[in-house]
Write a protein of this length. Structure first.
Length: 357
């Protein structure tokens, strides 16, 4: 069974795609974004997957790839087009190369034109393909920089993508209108730049007169992506929290389990965001916890110290997760949520004050 997730970076309007052979747990990630590595790694961990490789559809000009960070974090291989000119990859891809993840495979089709090193990845059963910036939903990538070539892009689309089955689903690297997927038949018929009876001369004339501004991150993103996303100054990377053993969830929350909290209970502030009757109710509360109900936290956050880590607690972990977001907005940086809340704390036998039984 194929596991498939389409992820989105709103800053650059980039789609990142996770594909995995679920029975064997082997996965690949297409077009990861540097700023979203923590999110992607959390999802991979939560799903119990082994990231085999990160794949680039091309050298991007509007965001920095997360490939290098993911390799450092998970041991995944970096794979890019041989024609990309990128340095530091583990495998350089060309026509008809095969990328295996468990029992599933992606087939490589070079589709130059947007850049000289563009690739399209086709799933083994040809049910889906990942077209990068070559073919977009009712559009195409630009051809006015990075060795772009309108005639080459036209040929790439017609020979390598429109030759796939009509019902093959196509997933682009970007969309700026909220569209998520299309198909070969749709684009062959309706794409206003490349579909229908449009000839290569028509397309070249259209692209020549787009007059688009260059991407804002061009001078930063392209050199960084030529290094597969490795920063020039690694010391500038954001550090992981080291005040306790924390886990970053796919929901975007740092979490601590009851055992980890008990180990550090004397070094942190415990914030209970339940209502007063819950605090003194059957579940009891953790020794030393400060009670500030969630509804009051925005106004009372100043009662907490900013120089000491905070663990937020509620009944089951939902309200306290929201509390961490409120505290972040109030300028707190060392914050975590107690996974499972007081229900899990008590179930695992950790000490409480008050409560019943």
């Amino acid at each position: 069974m194929l596991l498939f997730r389409q992820l989105f970076d709103p800053q650059s309007s980039t789609y990142t795609y996770l594909l995995a052979d679920e029975p064997q747990g082997k996965a690949v990630l297409i077009d990861p974004v540097f700023e979203q590595v923590r999110r992607d790694a959390a999802l991979i961990e939560e799903l119990g997957l082994d990231l085999v490789a990160t794949l680039e559809t091309h050298v991007h000009a509007d965001h920095v790839t997360g490939a290098w960070l993911l390799k450092r974090r998970t041991g995944s291989k970096i794979m890019v087009a041989a024609a990309s000119g990128a340095q530091g990859a583990d495998r350089y891809l060309g026509q008809d190369d095969v990328i295996s993840f468990g029992r599933r495979r992606l087939l490589v089709r070079p589709t130059p034109g947007h850049t000289s090193g563009c690739l399209t990845y086709v799933l083994d059963d040809r049910s889906m393909a990942f077209t990068g910036d070559c073919l977009m939903i009712r559009g195409s990538g630009r051809t006015d920089f990075q060795e772009g070539d309108a005639a080459a892009l036209y040929r790439s689309v017609h020979e390598q993508i429109f030759s796939l089955p009509d019902d093959c689903l196509l997933y682009p690297a970007h969309d700026y209108r909220g569209l998520t997927v299309t198909s070969v038949a749709e684009e062959r018929r309706f794409n206003p730049r490349l579909g229908g009876e449009i000839a290569v001369g028509d397309f070249a004339g259209y692209m020549k007169n787009l007059r688009l501004a260059h991407p804002k991150l061009l001078d930063v993103a392209v050199p960084a992506n030529q290094r597969c996303g490795q920063p020039e100054n690694e010391a500038g990377l954001g550090a992981e929290p080291n005040w306790a053993h924390l886990r970053y969830s796919f929901a975007g929350v740092w979490e601590i389990d009851p055992h980890g909290l008990e180990e550090h209970v004397g070094d942190i502030q415990i914030l209970d965001v339940r209502e007063p009757d819950e605090f003194t109710g059957p579940l009891g509360h953790i020794n030393g916890a400060v009670l500030i109900p969630l509804g009051d936290l925005g106004e009372r956050a100043g009662e907490l110290a900013k120089d000491k880590p905070i663990v937020a607690v509620c009944r089951a972990g939902s309200r306290s997760a929201q509390a961490t977001a409120i505290l972040q907005q109030a300028g707190f940086t060392e914050i975590a949520n107690l996974t499972g809340g007081m229900l899990r704390w008590r179930a695992e036998g950790h000490p409480v004050e008050g409560g019943s039984g």
